[in-house]
Design a protein around this ligand. Structure first.
Ligand code: TRP
Length: 327
């Protein structure tokens, strides 16, 4: 029997190379080894986008198309939208009644987001419960592991604590405590060297056309100590070089040598990188446009995913309600 994993992404905009390097690539690889559930976390997105939710619907669809284009395979994995499976909110509520406020108030991601995100009001009842809903997502399918980046570890720890408390309170081990699957997440920095992110507007989207890629790559920060062509470069400190390592490892060694000896300037490096990325994105974009010609196929995939997820979720909820004594 394969172990089960569940993971999710919030649909808050276009997917970019950071999502691919940090998560999607891993998801695609895990498909053969695990029984996989991949979910668009639209309720989680609503928690931060509630004041201006008009783009949610488009983002949800657009992200699923990118998932498929990058190689998620609906024959192997269950792909679905969180809000289509009503049991997520049902378990969320049940878990919320046993979760102490202090656990949520102390959660480092919560404190950080309240501090850092100033362009919207996150001091809501719903947002405090973000990790409870995430625990419900995971426990509903009794997932054994959750592929996530390091930033999500506090949420996974809370999930385990909530599972433990539930099992203890109702004297039955119905929820396994899920592990984090920290498959080596390759951090990809954005054009300006900070973490690639929509909110920094420093990203290259998976759907970016060739001209846009060329323009964006031209603006990339490189080694700050290499100002003139004749300055020796320091590839280890160059954000651009990191992209060579990730997307064109065969060429990276040569680039490193030439750059260190001032035999190659940043402009040449950028020109070449842009073409490499365009070539890398082309098959993804081809697949994307093929899917977009048959939108009904995508809705079918999501319907089938929701059905499969729902049947498992309904069993868990029945088990939970029986245990609590509600049915
Ligand atoms: N909080 C996750 C993120 O922002 C998204 C998410 C929601 C998730 N539910 C999940 C991830 C369940 C893993 C498992 O990336």
């Amino acid at each position: 029997m394969k172990k089960r994993i569940l993971s999710g992404m919030r649909p808050t905009g276009k997917l970019h190379l950071g999502h691919l390097a940090g998560a999607l690539d891993n998801w695609v690889r895990l498909q053969d080894e695990y029984e996989c559930f991949f979910m668009v976390a639209d309720w989680h997105a609503l928690m931060s986008e509630y004041a201006d939710p008009k783009n949610l619907k488009d983002s949800i669809f657009d992200n699923v198309v990118d998932w498929l284009a990058c190689g998620l395979d609906p024959e192997k994995s269950t792909i679905f939208i969180q809000s289509h499976v009503k049991e997520h909110l049902e378990l969320d509520f049940i878990l919320s009644v046993i979760t102490p406020l202090g656990w949520l108030e102390r959660c480092p991601t919560y404190k950080e987001q309240l501090r850092e995100i100033t362009n919207r009001d996150l001091s809501t009842y719903g947002f405090l419960g973000y990790p409870v809903l995430q625990a419900a997502d995971i426990l509903l399918y009794k997932a054994n592991a959750v592929p996530v980046g390091e930033d999500q570890l506090p949420h996974l720890e809370l999930t385990r604590e909530i599972a433990r408390k539930f099992n203890h309170l109702y004297k039955k081990n119905i929820f396994p405590e899920p592990e984090a699957l920290l498959t080596k997440v390759r951090r990809l920095n954005g054009l300006d060297g900070r973490k690639m992110s929509k909110s920094y507007n420093n990203f290259i989207a998976l759907s970016e056309g060739p001209e846009a890629v060329r323009k964006k790559v031209q603006t990339m920060f490189t080694d700050p100590q290499k100002i003139k062509l004749s300055d020796d470069g320091h590839p280890e400190q160059c954000n651009l070089f990191n992209y060579y390592n990730l997307f064109f490892p065969d060429k990276a060694k040569e680039v490193k040598q030439l750059c260190s000896k001032a035999e190659r300037g940043c402009t040449a490096c950028k020109k070449e990188l842009a073409e490499i990325l365009i070539g890398f994105l082309a098959p993804i974009q081809d697949k994307r446009s093929r899917y977009l010609k048959n939108k009904d196929d995508i809705f079918d995939i999501l319907d089938a995913g929701a059905k499969k997820a729902s049947s498992m979720a309904a069993k868990s909820i029945a088990e939970v309600k029986t245990l609590i004594g509600l049915i």
